[in-house]
Design a protein around this ligand. Structure first.
Ligand code: BGC
Length: 368
């Protein structure tokens, strides 16, 4: 009897040990979050003085939760996600993940640099999407929590020459900082030893209502982009840069997402060409839920934003609270270079050469 009790107690202690959150720095905690590929995964949490909390897993450099206090004393989580690693190992469509080596599509998984043609893994019909079969969203990143005036998590990953078909060893560093102004600043740095395309982004799906049973069709959106890149039936840009004026793509003034979506075949899944700005980190998109009063501002150094209205979400996956993730339950605003740039000479280049430094910044500010 005594022995059983002792055994049970030790089991509980071990179980607790696995899930114990340890404070590693002011505003940063860390816990073990299971294992995959024979490696341990950790979940970090960054918090600020206003009670904003962002959780980031070393698996996929994934933002698993991003929550803010509500007026009634509860919390609202503004992104899709799961509380366990298992949810991510089931390969949801990139929820919260860091995307690389190349965010969005490369036509036929092929491109040519200096007369050499490279063939990438194809994982979206005949095209390559979000870095391939095992992109940066499915690898384990090395983590270093630091307090660089604000709680910061630095993730790094070395992608080997030939991984998913890409040339060159690429070292990527992605830094997440949470400020007391309720900003999450994500800085992406990379260096390579052979010329390679690079286009890093984050794939968080937002629903500012905090309850995914409310669709995002009622959210108001502004995108500071007077042009967009039209696509073919496989979502590869045609190469045109088209004026949004008079089209359902005109978000240069605020519109609800749902207002004109029926006029866009399949829903919004398009790259917006952001207007040139003098500010080094300009405000390029604003998303508002008028019911809760929450607003998300997106600032970026990138030339484009992929606005994806969650068209392929189909209710089969359940969110952390068990609710089905239906079509338009959430939307993405992925800051990026344009899709298929390696095959589109008219688009800004995405080729990183040895000796060059890839450096982009995206800042999300949540007002609540
Ligand atoms: C793409 C969509 C895709 C989604 C999830 C977005 O970035 O533009 O076409 O379905 O990611 O993979």
């Amino acid at each position: 009897m005594k022995q059983t009790a002792l055994f049970l107690t030790s089991l509980i202690v071990i179980a607790m040990g696995c899930n114990t959150e340890t404070k590693v720095k002011p505003g940063i905690t860390k816990k073990d979050w299971g294992e995959t590929d024979g490696k341990k995964v950790q979940l970090f949490s960054l918090t600020n003085k206003n009670g904003v909390e962002v959780k980031i897993a070393t698996y996929g450099g994934t933002i698993t939760s991003w929550s803010v206090p509500t007026k009634d004393g509860n919390r609202a989580d503004i992104v899709l996600g799961f509380d366990t690693l298992g949810g991510y190992l089931a390969k949801p469509p990139y929820f919260g993940a860091t995307i690389g080596r190349y965010g969005n599509r490369i036509a036929d998984g092929k491109f040519t640099i200096d007369n050499t043609t490279y063939t990438l893994a194809t994982n979206n019909g005949k095209n390559h999407l979000h870095g391939g079969i095992k992109g940066f969203d499915k690898v384990i990143w090395d983590a270093a929590p630091v307090v660089d005036s604000v709680p910061t998590l630095i993730l790094s990953y070395i992608s080997k020459d030939g991984e998913e078909g890409y040339p060159g060893n690429l070292k990527s560093i992605v830094q997440f900082s949470l400020t007391d102004d309720n900003e999450l600043v994500i800085t992406y740095d990379a260096q390579t030893d052979k010329a390679t395309p690079v286009n890093l982004t984050n794939h968080s799906y937002f629903n500012l209502t905090g309850d995914i049973s409310n669709s995002i069709l009622g959210h108001k959106l502004l995108i500071n982009g007077s042009n967009y890149t039209p696509v073919d039936s496989t979502l590869i840009p045609t190469g045109e840069i088209k004026d949004v004026k008079g089209t359902p793509f005109d978000f240069t003034t605020m519109h609800t997402v749902g207002e004109r979506i029926a006029d866009v075949k399949g829903g919004y899944d398009h790259n917006f060409v952001l207007n040139k700005a003098t500010d080094p980190l300009p405000l390029m998109a604003v998303l508002t839920d008028t019911v809760s009063g929450r607003t998300l501002e997106v600032y970026t150094t990138e030339p484009g934003i992929q606005f994806y209205s969650g068209n392929f979400l189909d209710g089969k996956i359940k969110n952390r609270d068990g609710k089905p993730i239906n079509q338009h339950s959430a939307l993405c605003l992925e800051t990026q270079h344009f899709p298929d740039s390696p095959n589109k000479p008219g688009f800004p280049s995405t080729i990183l050469k040895p000796g060059e430094k890839y450096h982009t910044i995206t800042k999300y500010k949540i007002k609540f």
